[in-house]
Ligand binder design. Structure first.
Ligand code: B12
Ligand code: SF4
Length: 596
């Protein structure tokens, strides 16, 4: 079977012929993410299109639909076969590629129907930009498990459909089905491990986050643990060793999280499989000692935690109260002491960020012994309270979706002057990339594991499997070129080599620490990623703007900030976030007044 044929799974061919009536409809899923991101930001690893496998599993298996999947990161668009319906999905930054791929296909398959769904649709609607997707015949907003089968059936029967189609409600994940096996297995080897969705939603209220504003998403929606185990079992039988548990917050409901982990441990002892797991969760996990222990035993290795800032004021401003406790560094250290590598999400650009935010972050990362942590700049996602606040105070910038050719571009005007923001960021990077600084982080991490008294070794190979990553890199010319570039840029500073060697030498001090070489590899990988990405950073890489010198600080808090909040979450929760944000911003206003 050729690769192309392998990716086409004809249900019609597997099953009995369709009943009398309209013929078989060929539906092609087309995954076309932003190539800049795909080629440069994943360092050779590509992640699978979960949306397509998820939705395909809900399309009736009645012989009326023939399914295929194309991934523009691997398949040439010209090779995409004729279909009746082309189904797309995207995140905002994929916009240009999405539109371009649709146009290419529409030129060749004029009579076909083009449908798009996914986060971009919800987000563009929030921004009032849905017209940008007007070339698609149908735009689907919300979860597609219930919607898509109805849409396809209506199209098959020749019924008329509205251009914009909204899901009536959030899909009940208790009714989730395993991802479509045929499509999944045909393409699995192209991707780094597997991505398995386990839950949706998060109960927290961060001002900048669009997870909380999706309808009915400010609480956890969880897949049944037994389904998760069944899916992971299938993935392991297909040769997968690394699984990314996709969710907004794995401990949105800690009792469910523990039930999942218990089920995984029981399954592992039955099956003998030992996959390594990566997931997203909030820092309050540090209070759950038993869960942390069990998660290590179940193979959790990397945990992404939105640290966001080491400035307490900035955390209060964004109402990330779970992080704002004074012992944030201690909380991260507690989590890591079990052996987890915490991948830290970091943000610069909060109104409360003073010029010391760059040093605070460098100190915080080092004190906490964090091995990774890639900062980004605050952006207002459409629909979020931050977006509303920026709009109400005239601080929104009109920028294109995507990065517009810049490494950094944001859609809000910062309080910190633009040139100081850029200079501060570049200063951060130059210190961050330094060998001595990186070495200190590794040393603190290893000390913590060796002497923290909580370390639990995992039995799998670790989520960051270098062998597997290298195989994917060498199968891809752009990724191979990037690897060579990485080595070149890293070695261009001999002190990097010296500290890389000192890091290796350091391992001798921890002979009993299981997985120490893996930790070293991860550290080197994360450090060299930063070198690759930022070594040649210049002012031209930034498209940022700040408020002018005549900005009146009293305008920081729009008078109608509270009354224009219209999220469908309990009023007291909205009020709690607004209180936290306004209180902190009022402090900034008072400080500015006393400085005048
Ligand atoms: C796992 C994940 C990643 C992983 C892997 C991605 C992958 N390809 O598997 C990694 C770490 C690589 C990643 C990277 C990024 N991610 Co991400 N990621 C996620 C996460 C947590 C899960 C995605 C997922 O697989 N969900 C499960 C599937 C089933 O859900 P879904 O895709 O939304 O599909 C459902 C509906 O949207 C709808 N639907 C989707 N497509 C279609 C199509 C049709 C026709 C229909 C009818 C319905 C439909 O039905 C589906 C089933 O209900 C989501 C948050 C979340 N909880 O979803 C963020 C999320 C998708 N990521 C996001 C972002 C911003 C990014 C990055 C840009 C981050 C960065 N700054 O670098 C990059 C870009 C990635 C890229 N271009 O591929 C945002 C996108 C926001 C937006 N509107 O643009 C999200 C929504 C998080 C958030 N709320 O901010 N991400
Ligand atoms: S904790 Fe994370 S997912 Fe939850 S609201 Fe805050 S940023 Fe969003």
């Amino acid at each position: 079977m050729t690769g192309k044929q392998a990716l086409t799974q004809s249900r019609a061919a597997q099953d009995s012929p369709p009943a009398a009536g309209p013929g078989v409809m060929h539906c092609a899923f087309v995954h076309a993410p932003d190539p800049f991101y795909a080629n440069t930001q994943n360092y050779g690893a590509q992640f699978m299109p979960v949306w397509a496998y998820t939705l395909a599993a809900h399309i009736p298996d009645d012989g009326h639909f023939e399914l295929s999947l194309y991934d523009a990161r691997f398949d040439a668009v010209d090779d995409i076969q004729t279909a009746d319906v082309y189904l797309f999905s995207a995140v905002n930054q994929d916009y240009a590629k999405l539109v371009q791929t649709r146009e290419q296909l529409a030129r060749r398959h004029a009579g076909a129907c083009f449908i798009v769904g996914g986060p971009i649709c919800w987000s563009f609607e929030q921004a009032g930009d849905l017209n940008k997707l007007a070339d698609f015949d149908h735009v689907c907003i919300g979860d597609g498990e219930e919607n898509l089968p109805e849409i396809l059936e209506a199209l098959r029967l020749g019924k008329d459909l509205q251009p914009v189609l909204r899901a009536a409600r959030r899909f009940d994940l208790a009714l989730a089905r395993p991802m479509h096996q045929g499509l999944l297995e045909a393409g699995l080897k192209r991707y780094y491990g597997a991505v398995l969705e386990v839950s949706r939603g998060c109960p927290f209220l961060c001002e900048f986050c669009d997870v909380r504003i999706l309808p009915d998403n400010n609480r956890a929606h969880n897949k049944p643990p037994e389904l998760i185990v069944a899916e992971i079992d299938q993935l392991c039988r297909s040769g997968v060793g690394e699984v990314l548990f996709a969710c907004d917050n794995f401990i949105g409901e800690p009792r469910w999280a523990e039930a999942v982990v218990d089920a995984l441990i029981a399954w592992q002892s039955r099956s003998g499989f030992r996959p390594s797991l990566y997931t997203w969760l909030t820092i309050n996990i540090h209070k759950h000692d038993r869960l942390l222990q069990k998660m290590r035993r179940a193979g959790f290795d990397l945990l992404f935690v939105g640290i966001e800032s080491f400035s307490e004021n900035s955390l209060l401003e964004t109402a990330k109260v779970q992080n704002a406790a004074p012992e944030m560094v201690a909380a991260v250290r507690t989590i890591q002491s079990y052996g987890f590598i915490v991948v830290a999400g970091l943000i610069f650009g909060f109104d409360s960020d003073g010029e010391d935010c760059f040093d605070l972050t460098l100190d915080g990362l080092r004190e906490a012994g964090l091995l990774s942590g890639d900062p980004s700049l605050l952006t207002a996602l459409p629909g979020t309270p931050l977006f509303r606040r920026m709009k109400l105070t005239g601080r929104l910038r009109r920028v294109r979706y995507g990065l517009g050719g810049f490494k950094y571009q944001t859609n809000i005007k910062y309080l910190m002057p633009q040139e100081r923001m850029v200079a501060g960021y570049r200063y951060f990077i130059s210190r961050y990339n330094g060998g001595r600084y990186q070495y200190q982080r590794l040393r603190r991490f290893l000390e913590l594991l060796a002497h923290g008294g909580r370390f639990i070794a995992i039995e799998g190979g670790g989520y960051g499997n270098m062998g597997r990553l290298l195989r994917l890199i060498f199968a891809n010319r752009a990724a191979t070129r990037q690897l060579l570039q990485r080595a070149w840029r890293f070695a261009a500073h001999p002190s990097n080599l010296v500290f890389a060697f000192r890091g290796l030498w350091l391992l001798r001090r921890y002979p009993g620490l299981s997985g120490r070489l893996r930790f070293y590899q991860f550290w080197l990988f994360a450090w060299s990623n930063a070198v690759l990405k930022y070594q040649n950073l210049s002012d031209d890489d930034f498209d940022l703007e700040s408020v002018g010198p005549d900005f009146d600080m009293r305008d920081l808090i729009p008078p109608d900030y509270a009354e224009t909040a219209d999220e469908a979450i309990p009023r007291h929760k909205i009020a709690a976030q607004i209180r936290a944000t306004e209180k902190q911003l009022a402090r900034l206003v008072a400080n500015a007044r006393s400085a005048d």
